[in-house]
Design a protein around this ligand. Structure first.
Ligand code: HMG
Ligand code: MG
Length: 302
């Protein structure tokens, strides 16, 4: 089995990691986190979300975050966009990459975006067309691909159906997301294989939450399938406000430890990444959720 030599790591910490945080997090802290992640070598940092502040108050400072970032050449700062209003704001903020997001189940689509799957796709069709016309890259994230908090099991066919629709409306990259972190390696493989019948494997990304501790095994399964794009969150921060009980994304430090061990190139410096995690954990007043991050930091301190 040959694994990829190089992968694209997307740190979603500033967005997914912080969107669910109950305590206020200052704009300055969000900006410093983004700076620290780019200094650690991450070339893709999901910076914020242009969603309704009524739905996700923590992302209400999206404009200020984008304005405060000192953009580093070669680094991309994708942002979430749920509708035309979000796209217009993202364009005004100078965003060059957006992420639209739908769900593999009707119940989650309704809870997260207050619309059916079809209504969401129709909404995103206009968003994608306008974004692409303006030279903005578009990714489509598909939530609850490996299990839904409201509907339970999700079939790989339902995931493939949404992937085809996202492909048809122009999403250049499409993400299989385990929103509640219940999926196992076999389910990961089945979802990838179902989607890969229609979408080239190099356009597929994986976004795992780590609630059940399966994310690293799932990422390894995805690597074996030929996936080269992975989302993760520094210090394992994160969660979706509309997926109760789900914990953070897989920690970037843990993914990096796996990839470094396999000799797969990422361009990310572990020590600087751990320092970025320590910074944001200090702001939030809680310890890291990264096993590798904690172990390496303890060793370095000794
Ligand atoms: P709605 O209530 O049906 O829409 O929400 P609306 O058009 O009636 O808007 C309600 C209010 O929000 C209005 O304000 C709008 O102007 C405003 P009012 O008139 O009452 O004063 N509004 C906006 N304001 C700023 N920016 C906007 C915007 N849109 C409307 N873009 C809507 C529909 C889609 C807007 C809402 O449901 C929403 O924002 N949902 C986003 C929820 C969210 O961000 N969830 C977390 C991110 S997804 C995630 O975490 C999963 C992911 O990580 C992958 C995975 O793990 O699965 C990506
Ligand atoms: Mg997520």
């Amino acid at each position: 089995m040959s694994l990829p030599k190089k992968v694209k790591l997307v740190d979603v910490g500033p967005r997914d990691g912080l969107q669910n945080e109950a305590q206020p997090v200052s704009t300055a802290a969000k900006i410093e986190l983004i700076h620290r992640l780019q200094d650690a070598g991450l070339q893709y940092v999901q910076a914020t979300a242009f969603v309704s502040p009524k739905w996700v108050p923590q992302m209400a400072d999206n404009m200020q975050v984008m304005a405060g970032i000192q953009r580093k050449p070669g680094v991309s700062y994708p942002v979430l966009v749920p509708n035309r209003k979000g796209l217009d704001a993202a364009i005004a903020a100078g965003c060059k990459e957006i992420v639209v997001f739908g769900a593999a189940t009707e119940a989650f689509s309704k809870k997260n975006t207050n619309c059916t799957i079809a209504e969401g796709v129709a909404r995103f069709s206009e968003v994608c067309a306008e974004a692409l016309a303006q030279g903005i890259k578009v990714r489509g994230d598909m939530s609850v691909c490996l299990g839904c908090p409201y509907e339970g099991e999700v079939s790989p066919e339902a995931v493939a159906r949404l992937a085809r629709e996202f492909d048809q409306i122009g999403c250049q990259e499409i993400t299989i997301c385990d929103t509640i972190g219940t999926g196992t390696a076999g389910q990961t493989r089945a979802a990838i294989e179902a989607v890969a019948k229609y979408i080239a494997i190099d356009r597929l990304a994986i976004h795992m939450h780590d609630t059940y501790g399966q994310a690293i095994a799932n990422i390894y399964a995805a690597l074996e399938c030929g996936i080269t794009i992975f989302d993760s969150s520094v210090a394992g921060l994160g969660g979706c406000p509309y997926a109760k009980g789900a914990t953070g994304n897989v920690a970037t430090e843990d993914v990096l430890y796996l990839l470094d061990g396999l000799g797969i190139e990422t361009g990310v410096d572990m020590k600087k990444l751990i320092a970025a995690g320590e910074f944001i954990c200090g702001v939030l007043g809680r310890p890291t959720s990264s096993r590798a991050g904690k172990a390496i930091a303890t060793k370095m301190a000794a």
